[in-house]
Design a protein around this ligand. Structure first.
Ligand code: TRP
Length: 442
């Protein structure tokens, strides 16, 4: 299987804004169209409960975020788009991972530590106001990722530690239960994504209350754009593009030619009001068709529900069989089958033992500058010894000939070895050939 599996979670705890769109949604939707990738996008609503205990807000945000992604062009036929809480295997896996995760590992999570540090500084109890949900956040996130055996997880820098923890959980579980149950995921950090300034010129962010909602109604969008902070230069005075929030936002939407034209207009002293009109027109041109779809979907949440249910069914085609395997691996099994070691663990052990018991070819260079090979039995006994070759390639080719055509093909390149029965050599070569055939079949 050569496709790379990408997985991204979006926590529904707010309303998407232009910064989310330019910095994350637009590039992610673009990337979902590349060949050779499989994409999983989900609404991390269990995660939302950690920071938001207002049920209406969770629901509202779930609607807004689902509608935004679909309106912005995410194609649920092309990707797997679902809601975390529709996948019961995720909380089940969370528990399995909880039981193989050191508490000390979670103590070191940045988000938890930040809360503790804050309490310490304030002189209150270190865990004051910290829920077990916040503490367990990285395990739930690990389950999100490992339930789909994702290879790559596109995240911001602040989330990299969580991906590393997911790797730790995956390898602990694999190790304890003796199988390759989980792929070790990797963070994919995109460093040169656009970060947009907000209305006040600081980074556009919910926490600064300076955002422009992605699908604000047209007239509200106009109003908000008119409220972007500018300097006090009057009409016909040349303006600086450097440090101009208006210019930076424009740049995130415009082509190079359009950006160059606005740069020229700044130098020529375009009035701020006119520049705002240019920005509004450009953004509205991109968003208007999407906004229509957004408004339709938010007005018909039952359609969203159907799309998410279809996505959950698609997602569970992967998680249901995986959890069946995992339940058996940890010992949650039908009692009717009697007690037996997990198949996967048994197979892994057998494979390990077989590998350890195999003879092997070794290639090396001697002090005389020549290259040699030898065949060594699993117990270390020397079975075959070659004469010297001028180049390593020649030694390698002789091994290949030996394996394909038999001993006779390399008879004149072998040195005598004392005390080895010919049938030991034959058996060793046969064992290697069998192992190679088994590996190809697997
Ligand atoms: N923690 C992520 C965030 O706040 C959201 C998230 C939850 C996530 N589960 C995930 C991201 C799994 C990637 C993979 O942005």
């Amino acid at each position: 299987m050569s496709t790379t599996r990408f997985l991204t979670g979006i926590t529904p705890s707010g309303t998407p804004h232009l910064g989310n769109y330019a910095g994350m949604m637009r590039p992610a939707i673009q990337a979902s169209l590349s060949p050779g990738v499989e994409n999983f996008y989900f609404l991390a609503d269990y995660h939302a409960l950690i920071k938001c205990q207002e049920p209406e807000r969770v629901q509202r945000s779930t609607i807004e975020i689902a509608a935004s992604w679909l309106a912005a062009g995410l194609d649920p036929e092309q990707v797997t788009f679902y809601r975390q809480s529709d996948i019961p295997e995720i909380p089940e896996l969370t528990w399995f991972l909880t039981c193989v995760t050191g508490k000390g590992l979670l103590n070191r999570a940045h988000a938890y530590k930040a809360s503790v540090d804050k309490n310490m500084a304030a002189g209150t109890d270190p865990d004051d106001g910290v829920t077990a949900g916040l503490f367990m956040y990285p395990v739930l996130m690990g389950a999100d990722i490992l339930a789909f055996n994702a290879h790559k997880v596109p995240v911001g820098r602040d989330q990299v530690q969580h991906i590393e923890m997911a790797r730790d959980m995956a390898s602990s579980f694999n190790h304890i239960y003796g199988g390759e149950f989980f792929t070790l995921p990797q963070a994919a950090v995109e460093d040169n994504v656009a970060t947009l300034p907000g209305l006040d010129g600081r980074k556009m962010s919910k926490s600064y209350n300076n955002t422009i909602p992605l699908f604000a109604p047209r007239e509200q969008l106009r109003k908000l754009i008119n409220g972007i902070a500018t300097d006090s230069r009057g009409p016909s005075e040349p303006k600086d593009t450097e440090g101009s929030a208006l210019f930076q936002i424009y740049q995130a939407f415009a082509s190079e030619a359009e950006t160059a034209a606005l740069r020229q207009a700044y130098a020529d002293g375009i009035a701020w009001g006119d520049a705002k009109q240019v920005l509004f027109d450009r953004i509205d041109r991109e968003l208007a068709p999407m906004r229509a779809r957004y408004e339709h979907l938010t007005a018909h949440p039952a359609e969203l529900e159907d799309i998410l249910q279809a996505g959950a069914a698609k997602a569970r085609r992967l998680t249901t069989p995986l959890l069946r395997t995992l339940r058996a691996a940890v010992g949650l099994r039908s009692l009717a089958q009697g007690v037996a070691p997990a198949k996967a663990a048994k197979a892994a052990k057998a494979a390990k033992a077989a590998k350890a018991a195999l003879p092997s070819f070794k290639q090396y260079r001697e002090a005389d500058g020549q290259f040699y090979f030898k065949l060594v039995a699993a117990d270390g006994r020397l079975l075959l010894q070659s004469t010297g070759f001028a180049a390593p390639k020649d030694a390698g080719q002789a091994i290949a000939r030996l394996q394909q055509q038999g001993l006779a093909a390399v008879a004149d390149q072998l040195a005598p070895v004392d005390g080895v029965a010919p049938h030991d050599v034959a058996a060793a070569l046969q064992a290697l050939a069998d192992a190679a055939a088994a590996a190809t079949a697997a």
